[in-house]
Design a protein around this ligand. Structure first.
Ligand code: UD1
Length: 382
């Protein structure tokens, strides 16, 4: 687990008197969004901040390695909540972050993305009258069976400053009656991290390290409840992946949630003996990016990877029926293929044959979202 900072905020305050803002992160997809904001706030100066880690993700491979690779300072505060059911985990974060707020009231709380840490810390803060900014606001899959959709809806409905990554988010918030003055279209901060790390990621020669040829393999990730929680669905997907692996070698970094589901399904041995589907441990940021950048195609249920493949121009078969990131479909390289084997196989063949949209540049996904977010935060707390 990461060492905790010694209490002093990580950022430089103007006069040492102003209350800092809290930047809250808890789970893997938060870290690549936090890093550029930390960098931009430091470069800008004048705003003091503390990094609060909830501890939702805690394995070194899901957590520490991201802090190291992305040069994120060690958290000033660690809530150490760990895993649990949604209710238990959210409640623990709420309770522990509230206790922190009562002792060390910040000028504002900034939350990222759509994980349980996002909604829990937003709720704790707003109930104590601490204003909340939400990075990656406004995204909607319109699928309330997804835990993340509930987290997004609740966080946006109580947030004070809503920082949006793509135009659909602005439209969604408008339809929900959110006043325009709360909303800023700042672009996609995760792409700042991608552009900053791409060269180092390529230099790792990840395909060669795994005995693969650039452009001659696919990268697969799976962890959504809709794909992994039902044993029959998971078994069908894994059977298909093993079959597809015979035409194109596939690499599958296994998320802990998926690993547990595979073990429950009794498929661990079959998976290990597959020739075409290579299972590896969850990858650090650069290693994953290096593999993604040279892949022939990606198959994933991750929201972030839909966006990253769009920027990289790599075909992405999104193993979901909907997406809260529609621009990756309308202007990017992602296609929704669900989890029905026949549909996935047909899309896989299309992508292999090169019949796939190449996508185009997306405005404000330009490597400078962190600076725009820092600017918006400065005006907000100012
Ligand atoms: C969470 C997010 C999801 C995000 C994903 C990325 C929510 C509701 N979901 O899902 O949006 O896409 O992170 O990874 O917040 N575990 C470990 N080690 C860890 C963390 C978790 O082994 O460091 C295992 C535990 O068994 C845990 C399970 O993974 O119960 C799920 O972790 P959890 O944080 O509840 O949700 P994720 O599936 O990771």
């Amino acid at each position: 687990m990461l060492p905790q900072g010694q209490g002093a905020p990580t950022g430089e305050g103007k006069d040492g008197m102003t209350a800092p803002i809290d930047l809250v992160a808890g789970a893997r997809p938060n870290f690549m969004k936090l890093a550029p904001v930390v960098r931009a706030l430091k470069a800008r100066g004048g705003i003091s901040f503390r990094i609060v880690h909830t501890g939702q993700h805690y394995d070194p491979g899901m957590n520490d390695v991201f802090f190291e690779q992305l040069s994120i300072p060690a958290p000033d505060v660690h809530l150490e909540v760990g895993s649990g059911s949604h209710g238990a985990q959210t409640a623990r974060i709420l309770e522990r972050y509230e206790a922190h707020l009562l002792e060390h009231r910040p000028a504002g709380t900034v939350v990222f993305g759509d994980v349980n840490s996002t909604v829990a810390c937003a709720l704790a803060a707003v109930k104590l009258g601490v204003p909340v900014a939400h990075v990656e606001a406004g995204l909607r899959s319109f699928d309330r069976t997804m835990p993340e959709e509930i987290n997004r809806l609740l966080t946006d409905s109580i947030g004070n400053l809503l920082l949006v990554s793509e135009p659909s988010g602005v439209e969604n918030l408008r339809c929900e009656g959110v006043p325009d003055e709360k909303v800023r279209l700042v672009g996609n901060v995760m792409i700042d991290t991608l552009l900053a790390e791409l060269e180092s990621a390529r230099a790792l020669h990840m395909p060669a390290n795994l005995g693969l040829v650039p452009g001659g393999y696919g990268l697969v990730t799976l962890h959504r409840p809709s794909n992994v929680d039902d044993p029959a669905t998971l078994a069908r997907l894994l059977d298909l992946l093993m079959e597809l692996g015979d035409s194109l070698p596939l690499v599958l970094p296994l998320h802990p949630r998926t690993q547990a589901a595979v073990a429950r399904t009794g498929l661990t041995e079959r998976l290990q003996s597959s020739r075409g589907l290579k299972v590896v441990a969850p990858l650090p940021y650069r290693e994953n990016l290096g593999l993604m950048a040279s892949a022939k195609l990606v198959m994933t249920d991750s929201g972030g990877m839909q966006e990253e493949t769009t920027v990289l121009g790599v075909p992405c078969l999104t193993l979901r029926e909907n997406t809260e990131r529609p621009i990756t479909v309308t202007r990017g390289t992602s296609r929704l293929v669900g989890n029905d084997p026949a549909r996935i196989r047909a899309a896989f063949d299309e992508a292999l044959a090169g019949r796939w949209p190449s996508g185009g540049a997306i405005p404000l996904w330009d490597g400078h979202a962190g600076e725009r977010i820092a600017h918006a935060i400065a005006r907000w707390v100012g």
